[in-house]
Design a protein around this ligand. Structure first.
Ligand code: ZN
Length: 185
């Protein structure tokens, strides 16, 4: 595809659409800019495209698929393919911060553990409110902190189950009806 035919598809707002005549979206805009940077960049077209992208960056540093979507998504990674000296250092760093803050479900400790133990979930227990939810023995504060971090495998001192932490549970501390026993250690 001739680079000029890409430039001709640019919208008046500076972005590019997925289809001729459509609204501007982050992904085709970033890809059109990359194509120009890789060949013969048309300065006014590139500047308009960059301005459209910069204006679309959200407060949290990420990019939405289009201005009509109020959420930062994976397209942030596509926008971040543009060199930082082209995007502008501040925009680039904010985007990087957003990307570094993302973790997929597949990378969580709990997910990996459940895969490991598929078909045999008796060896795991949730750690909640400072106690093992299988035997209800209180956990050492240090063990609870390790489980929360999820960087290593921590087992219950009492029942030896592998502990996991479910951060999606918004229950405040001491709200449960279960009174943990005190460990004699
Ligand atoms: Zn236990």
């Amino acid at each position: 595809m001739e680079i000029n035919s890409i430039i001709r598809l640019q919208n008046r707002d500076g972005g590019w659409p997925y289809r001729t005549g459509g609204g501007s979206w982050t992904e085709p805009t970033a890809l059109a800019l990359l194509a120009q940077l890789a060949t013969t960049a048309n300065a006014p077209s590139v500047e308009a495209g960059l301005n459209w992208l910069r204006a679309g960056q959200r407060q949290d540093g990420g990019w939405p698929p289009s201005p009509t979507v109020a959420q930062s998504t994976w397209v942030t990674a596509v926008a971040m393919l543009l060199p930082h000296e082209v995007m502008g250092r501040a925009h680039y760093e904010r985007g990087l911060d957003w990307l570094m803050g993302q973790t997929g479900q597949e990378s969580t400790f709990v997910y990996k553990l459940r895969n490991e133990l598929l078909g045999n979930t008796t060896g795991v227990a949730e750690a909640r409110n400072g106690a093992c939810m299988a035997c209800f023995m209180a956990l050492r504060p240090q063990a609870m902190a390790q489980v929360r971090r999820g960087e290593e495998i921590v087992t219950c001192d009492n029942c030896n189950r592998i502990l996991y932490y479910a951060p999606s549970d918004p229950a405040p501390a001491n709200s449960g009806s279960i009174q943990p026993k005190v460990a004699h250690t």
